[in-house]
Write a protein that binds this ligand. Structure first.
Ligand code: ZN
Length: 266
């Protein structure tokens, strides 16, 4: 990408020069974020362009192959260290498990660590915490195949049990490349009698938390720096956003890139 041209200006101040500005140094602030923050993967979101007919038609296929039905496609992004704070949790209990619609504040550096690539944030951008995991509880119905889909990509299963028996990771099942349960023993959750469906089991596992930007608090933090007097350099300052946990992530298969869906009748 060609570099964006930045201007410099001769700095002449017609006012009382005793009123010296107190400067926030973005480099020091970025360094502080690097020291105290957490590693984040940033994926930039744009609306899917796969529309039929007029742009206002709203005619975007629900099973769109381009965005996998998500409505967004992602590009670029990068990895940075950001300060994660004020995480608030409100718990909701549903039959499928606990849902935590948590929001948090994220303070993001103005540039990536190359000190050149500016971090441009926007609504719905996807942020994944790379070094942390959260716990999620799923109720799963045993399918006919050897693989049962979990809602998110499991990193580690802490607990898995039917009403009759308990199963262990590594002994009874493994986590496959897509973060699903893959049974390695024949003696696994069976099928219920009348009505005949796969047995239901409860599973508690760890997964990588994904957040979305829902509000941009400090977006355009434009100021200027007088680094090499008498010149003035326009400078973008670190940004702060409110993020919300994404509980509607799709599972994309590592084999064919398609969205993985639980069979309707297991
Ligand atoms: Zn689409």
């Amino acid at each position: 990408m060609p570099k964006i041209k930045r201007n410099t200006y001769p700095w002449t101040n017609p006012y009382d020069p005793k009123m010296a500005a107190v400067e926030l140094n973005p480099d020091s602030f970025n360094a502080l974020l690097r020291a105290k923050g957490v590693r984040v993967q940033h994926d930039k979101a744009v609306a899917c362009p796969n529309y039929k007919g007029n742009i206002d038609s709203g005619n975007h296929p629900i099973d769109c192959p381009f965005c996998k039905g998500q409505g967004f496609v992602y590009y670029d992004g990068g990895e940075f260290t950001a300060l994660f704070q004020s995480n608030t949790l409100q718990r909701m209990f549903q039959a499928q498990g606990y849902l935590d619609p948590g929001t948090a504040l994220l303070t993001v550096p103005s540039e990536l660590e190359d000190k050149q690539t500016i971090v441009y944030l926007h609504y719905f951008d996807r942020l994944t915490l790379l070094d942390f995991e959260d716990r999620y509880n799923d109720l799963v119905q045993r399918t006919n195949g050897i693989t049962d889909l979990l809602r998110y990509d499991a990193l580690k299963v802490e607990y898995l049990s039917t009403a009759n028996a308990q199963y262990e990771e590594g002994k009874d099942f493994i986590i496959d490349d897509n973060g699903n349960i893959e049974w390695i023993v024949v003696d696994r959750p069976g099928r219920n009698e009348l009505p005949e469906y796969g047995a239901v089991y409860t599973v508690s596992y760890l997964y990588r938390p994904v957040y979305r930007i829902v509000q941009i608090l400090h977006e355009g933090r434009f100021s200027s720096q007088k680094l090499k007097l008498p010149n003035l350099t326009p400078r973008r300052y670190p940004q702060q956003v409110i993020i919300k946990k994404d509980f509607l992530c799709d599972k994309i298969s590592v084999e064919d890139g398609e969205v993985m869906k639980q069979p309707i009748v297991p």
